[in-house]
Design a protein around this ligand. Sequence first.
Ligand code: HEM
Ligand code: HEM
Length: 401
Amino acid sequence: MTQSSRYGAVAIALHWAIALGIIGMILLGWNMDNNESLFQLHKSIGITILLLTIARIVWRLINPVPPLPAEMAGYEKTLSHIVHGTFYVLMLAMPLTGWLVVSTSYEFDIPTVLYGTVSWPDLPVGFMSNETGHAIAEFVHSKLAWVAIVLLGLHVAGAVKHEIGGEEGVLKRMIPGLFGKPDAPSPPPRGFLPAFGAAIAIFLLIAFVPPLFSGAASSPSGAENVDDAGVNEEAFNPNWTVNQEASSITFSGTHDGSEYSGRFGDWSADIRFDADNLEDARAIVSVKTASARASKKLYTDSLKSKEWFDVEGHPTASVVLTDFQETDSGYTAEAAITIKDSTVTVPFPFTLDIEGDTARMDGTATVQRTPLSLGQTSDPGADWVGEDVNIAVSVEASRVD
Ligand code: HEM
Ligand code: HEM
């Protein structure tokens, strides 16, 4: 049986998806203008191209490609093979060097969240995470775009030359469904499972088996379980127990002009409060920093990093409430908030309703993030992430005697 002179449907689909992807990514890469959303989109599409390329390479190894037209000169065939081979290297090297750029970033600690949904780890290249390593990665990544453009020029010129040269032409081999039916039936496609299975397996391994990548990049120095917030400095007898199901600590602020919000899922509070003895009133709140969940996965992942909560080095943050006083609308206290190694004190006005042995307290405080050393590397001037963070605390507690 004569072999078809056309590529199969899967090879054609992969060719055009990746080709358009790369061309679009070069344009996007040149126009990201420090816009974090565009950076995230660039990284998401780039990793998709990497996975599609893996599928494409495995697919090609299993499914024969149509032979080049017989009338093509030998040197043209050689040139065509060189361009195609280099393209394959480039399709891997472009996303890999991009991934290297973000993995060697020594100054910023911005995570990669694919399509706002899947956390993507850095490559384990801690040894390269310095000015020189990062600069090399950036240099290679940006210059590869020019290699792609030169190759694309040769590639398209070759396709067009054979089309207008009155020869058999190659364009129809790669264009879906045009120029009539194939001259000979295509062999049945084989290898869906190995090709796409390999791509999916690699994706799952990297995204969901953390020790493979992220664990190796920056391992904590045995800092778990360290209660570094110094909240137990003085023992006192709490007389209220928090009902966690009916209580919450939430936070909100602005990022790039729009509001973000989130909540802490794991915290505890020791409260001593008696309206007739405010001098003795006190509350110590201990918050697990890793339990912060924000409205976007990118924010949740960012909060864990060193420049924000540094959850590995400082697993706990604390708030100590003292100096309680009655006001026209309820009460106010002084809240000493300790995050990492910084403490700031802000007023904490709140309302309180006590019915029998159950109390409901609702209060808010506004803190400035820079004195708490939050986000000081990527946005010290608060150009993107607003300086003010609003904290809302709603607690239901039962009296214990
Ligand atoms: C960055 C974009 C592109 C990349 C990375 C790329 C890559 C490739 C690769 C690797 C092959 C060889 C397939 C194989 O045998 O395994 C190929 C074939 C082909 N490409 Fe592209 N391509 C791109 C853009 C284009 C464009 C814009 C055209 C339109 C003219 C085009 C037309 C073709 C044709 C006609 C073939 C078949 C050539 C043959 O049978 O020898 N490609 N492409
Ligand atoms: C086919 C895939 C990709 C293409 C074609 C591509 C292309 C580009 C281009 C043209 C630039 C602009 C370079 C310059 O300023 O001169 C760029 C920048 C960048 N790319 Fe990619 N990229 C790809 C994949 C990735 C991936 C997978 C990541 C990360 C996971 C990534 C991360 C970055 C970053 C962080 C920058 C900014 C670098 C800087 O500020 O100098 N890229 N990319």
